[in-house]
Design a protein around this ligand. Structure first.
Ligand code: LLP
Length: 403
């Protein structure tokens, strides 16, 4: 079931592969994170990159969250979902001229600047448009997030932000610029972080810098500690709770007195989503285990192939009998197109429905047309009701850009 609706009923109408989201889980996650930080002035800026489906982003807004956009496209998603520019922070390591012009002229809450060169470009654009740009400076604190190397961002060797010393020197030298207003400091050390210490150290790096700047008479408005809070994907995996996260971050931020911004993505949407897929073939492997071949592949859910990520896989209507030792694989012509290795499923037959769990973050948004496979549909469940919120791409949709 998803809420009060059988998954088999949804798949029967909307087909597979299909991403399904629970509205009540989406909303309760926003509320839970907000409650964890209730003792201190803060804003949750939902990281649109985790799931940019308009219906999902609208749920975030309805729950009172603001937005974190990482590209011009995500700014448009935020605006179409109803956010106002002063509710959007704009991050991104390679913002183009056009994206910066858009952000400056819209008047974002903050453009999170990644380099001195970018600060200069924002200044020039703001001057050319006779406006003042609100910027926050992204600091790279050289902190190991302890997560997969592909999604760690806070090490000196990673492409993100500036060292605290460089950020300090830059803010001091640019404070007097007429068209720039430095309103905050920003940090994001990585994603799927399962312990408190990297998150605390990231926050401490910008809190310390804010303290040093205040001592020089430079007063900011906010500290943006990014996202990164992880979720348990594997049975038995330990993670910190939202309350433990707040307990790690708030004591370092409080002394600054600055408003706190958070940019959570995964923690809000991951567990609100699942991927429904049907078994299309079965065959035995040389070692006696099975290949369970399903109609969802790495183009629908890239995380297992890209990060060797674990997602729980279950039969929607389990049959009785001896469990099958198997690898659950997709139809794409790559060996990395494996959704789950060394699993045990109840006996399955061709046509059975499986559910791949916790795919609400970095699932549908990382889909591609690889193997010319159309992008899957998405459905949102609300109690006993559900509706398709993103229709399945057709072959004609997919080919319409080709000359
Ligand atoms: N803020 C910034 C500046 C970020 O770069 C990110 C994620 C977030 C916030 C949200 O982080 P979260 O709360 O979701 O951890 N595709 C990967 C995850 C990439 C995360 C990129 N940045 C995955 O599937 O695990």
């Amino acid at each position: 079931m998803c809420e009060d609706v059988p998954l088999s009923a949804i798949a029967g109408v909307a087909g597979t592969p299909l991403h399904v989201y629970s509205r009540s889980v989406l909303r309760s996650r926003v509320r839970a994170l907000d409650a964890a930080f209730a003792s201190y002035p803060h804003d949750l800026h939902y990281a649109i990159k985790a799931n940019a489906t308009l219906a999902v982003v609208r749920e975030m807004r309805a729950e009172g969250a603001h937005a974190d956009a990482n590209s011009g496209g995500e700014i448009d998603v935020a605006l179409r979902a109803g956010f106002t520019p002063d509710q959007i922070v704009f991050t991104g390591v390679g913002k183009t001229h056009d994206e910066l012009v858009r952000a400056v002229t819209l008047g974002m809450k903050a453009i999170n600047a990644e380099s001195p060169g970018e600060m200069e470009r924002i200044d020039a654009i703001a001057r050319a448009h006779s406006t003042t740009a609100r910027v926050a400076v992204r600091v790279n604190p050289d902190v190991d997030a302890g997560s997969h190397p592909h999604i760690s961002t806070g090490l000196r060797s990673n492409k993100f932000g500036m060292s605290p010393a460089q950020a300090h020197a830059m803010v001091t030298s640019m404070m007097a610029r007429e068209h720039l207003r430095v309103v905050g400091l920003h940090v994001h050390v990585g994603s799927q972080i399962t312990s408190a210490e990297p998150l605390r150290r990231g926050a401490a790096a910008i809190a310390d810098l804010a303290g040093a700047l205040a001592a020089e008479g430079v007063h900011l408005e906010h500290l943006d500690v990014g996202g990164g809070l992880g979720i348990p994907y594997e049975p038995g995996q330990t993670v910190i709770s939202a309350d433990e996260y707040a307990a790690a971050v708030l004591p370092v931020v409080k002394p600054t007195g600055l408003r706190l911004i958070l940019e959570p993505g995964r923690w809000i949407t991951a567990q609100a989503g699942a991927l429904l897929t049907r078994v299309v073939d079965l065959k035995t492997q040389a070692d006696g285990r099975w290949f369970v071949i399903v109609d969802a592949g790495m183009n629908d859910l890239l995380r297992p192939a890209l990060y060797n990520a674990w997602h729980e896989i279950e039969a929607v209507e389990p049959r009785d009998g001896e469990p099958m030792a198997c690898d659950v694989v997709g139809p794409v012509c790559e060996t990395s197109d494996t959704l789950g290795r060394n699993r045990h499923l109840p006996p399955v037959e061709v046509g059975d429905l499986l559910v791949v769990r916790d795919t609400g973050a970095y699932g549908s948004i990382m889909a591609s047309n690889y193997n010319r496979r159309p992008i899957a549909a998405e459905a949102l469940v609300d109690g006993a009701d559900w509706r398709v919120v993103r229709r399945r791409q057709t072959i004609d949709d997919m080919l319409q850009w080709d000359e």
